[in-house]
Design a binder for this molecule. Structure first.
Ligand SMILES: Nc1ncnc2c1ncn2[C@@H]1O[C@H](COP(=O)(O)OP(=O)(O)OP(=O)(O)O)[C@@H](O)[C@H]1O
Ligand SMILES: [Mg+2]
Length: 490
């Protein structure tokens, strides 16, 4: 069933039909042209032959007719038979006097339908010209045929009967049926049509087979796409055939790989998010259960437990707020309100709150500005969030007594904010992952510092929304540098 449906697929029909139309039209034009040339040629030959015969007959009977010799009838009957034999057609010879009246008829018909003694000038106007000595071409016409109840094709040729002394004394009309030519023409036409049909059918069959080379890979692709839509994202196709089809196959494979990766990333994200949300919830559960089963009356202990619970609630809140911010940005739901932003002010505002944090840890936090009035075009609040995130990381992941410095300078078409620390550094293999959601180099350590692993993902998204870029260099145990590149105000 499946195979049948494929074998007769619409595309294959269309290809076969397209071939058929092109070839059928070609045959039609060729056949019509051949038949026309063939017919013209045959009729022309016939005309010339009959004209020649009419002149010969006129010459042969000229003297006899002039002498009123009644043997003219036998003569024209003999000549008529002769021509009929040579041409293979019924041939009739009429001898007319110089008034256009039929004197002799090789068919010698008597009774109704007889032409004897009939004046043909009115019926055959050419006779007048013939009797005046003009050369009149033979002509072929269709006349009604009483026997077959249709039309038959007949040719007429005319010649004057000229006598040496008397001049034009009459005319000869030879009429000849064209049935054998007609038969030959129709036989040829039928043969041409038959061959055209045979060739066309062969072409359809061949094109049907050939088209399988085209439709086969397309079918494979369709199957792949159908399976993907059912959720099997691991589909890859192995497409051979023409260059275009191979490219299509490659594009499909790239797309399905991306989709698969996306699906994996989504699953990972959901599982990470659940895990991150579950951790504070589990802590809270343990803390509340302990509180419920505790049999002490010391308010200080209750206070301790409640403070811990409060802490976990804060953490849950922080994760959810960050997640919502990210989802919002993914949806394109975040509206970036751009305005002129002075880089120096932006940095000073951002690190104001972090200065206390650094001091507590005995970390020296300094700033350097190459240019006083470097200005970018962006959303000040969002950019502050980026700088806070990155400087906060630098402080968080630098041991007490270390150094963090923030510099700003002009790049090619951008302002670059460089944040350097003398901290723990990031292992080389982890550098590409630090912008991933929930990624933390050392989970235990980050959790101790309150990190969720979302800070850099958010910062990265915000910078991308500004058509900017972030890159990182780091040496484990030595320190890390973040470069935030933001397009300058135009
Ligand atoms: N300056 C840095 N030095 C060393 N490691 C860093 C630095 N900045 C980031 N990291 C590593 O990258 C990870 C991801 O950073 P990110 O800011 O996204 O998360 P976090 O700081 O752990 O949590 P959050 O910022 O959400 O509170 C961190 O957990 C840390 O391991
Ligand atoms: Mg952080």
């Amino acid at each position: 069933m499946q195979i049948n449906r494929r074998f007769f697929s619409t595309l294959r029909w269309k290809i076969a039909l397209a071939y058929l139309v092109v070839i059928g039209l070609g045959f039609l034009i060729i056949n019509i042209s051949i038949m026309e040339i063939f017919e013209k040629d045959m009729i022309k030959g016939k005309k010339m032959a009959l004209q020649k015969y009419s002149i010969e007959v006129a010459q042969t009977i000229s003297n006899m007719y002039n002498d009123d010799n009644p043997d003219v009838i036998f003569e024209i009957q003999d000549l008529g038979d002769d021509i009929a034999r040579k041409e293979g057609e019924f041939t009739r010879i009429l001898v007319l006097n110089n008034k256009g009246v039929v004197d002799y008829d090789s068919y010698n018909v008597v009774g109704p339908g007889s032409l004897l003694k009939r004046n043909l000038i009115r019926d055959v106007p050419e006779i007048q010209d013939v009797l005046k000595g003009y050369q009149i071409d033979a002509k072929d016409i269709y006349i009604p045929d009483r026997e077959s109840n249709s039309f038959k094709r007949v040719m007429y040729a005319y010649a004057p009967i000229t006598h040496d002394e008397e001049g034009i004394i009459g005319a000869v009309i030879i009429s000849s049926s064209l049935s054998s030519i007609e038969k030959l023409l129709s036989r040829t036409r039928n043969m041409l049509n038959l061959y055209s049909a045979i060739i066309s059918i062969s072409i359809i069959i061949i094109s049907f087979v050939i088209s399988s080379f085209i439709t086969q890979p397309i079918n494979e692709l369709t199957e792949g796409i159908q399976k993907m839509s059912q959720g099997h994202l691991d589909q890859r196709v192995n497409i051979s055939g023409s260059e275009e089809l191979r490219q299509l196959g490659q594009a499909f494979n790239i797309m399905s790989e991306k989709l698969e990766n996306l699906d994996k990333a989504r699953n990972e994200f959901v599982s990470n998010a659940s895990h991150e949300l579950k951790t504070p919830l589990s802590s809270m559960k343990i803390l509340t259960e302990s509180l419920l089963h505790m049999e002490v009356d010391d308010p200080a202990i209750y206070n301790d437990f409640l403070t811990d619970i409060d802490h976990e609630i804060d953490r849950l809140n922080a994760i959810i707020t960050d997640l919502l911010a990210l989802v919002h940005m993914d949806d394109g739901g975040v509206y970036i309100q751009k305005d002129d932003v002075a880089v120096k002010e932006l940095i000073l505002k951002s690190i104001k709150g972090l200065q206390i944090l650094a001091e507590k840890r005995n970390i020296e936090l300094t700033t350097t500005f190459d240019e006083e009035d470097l200005t970018i075009y962006g959303d000040e609040m969002k950019l502050q969030q980026v700088i806070i995130n990155i400087v906060d990381n630098a402080i968080k992941y630098t041991p007490d007594g270390g150094k963090v410095w923030v510099e700003a300078y002009k790049g090619l078409n951008s302002a670059i904010i460089k944040v350097t620390d003398t901290g723990v550094g990031i292992p080389k293999e982890d550098i590409p992952k630090i912008f991933d959601r929930f990624f933390r180099v050392d989970k235990a350590r980050s959790r101790a510092t309150g990190g969720t692993g979302l800070g850099l993902s958010i910062a990265h998204r915000i910078v991308l929304l500004h058509d900017g870029n972030i890159h990182v260099t780091s040496k484990e145990g030595k320190g890390t540098t973040f470069y935030i590149e933001l397009p300058l105000k135009e």
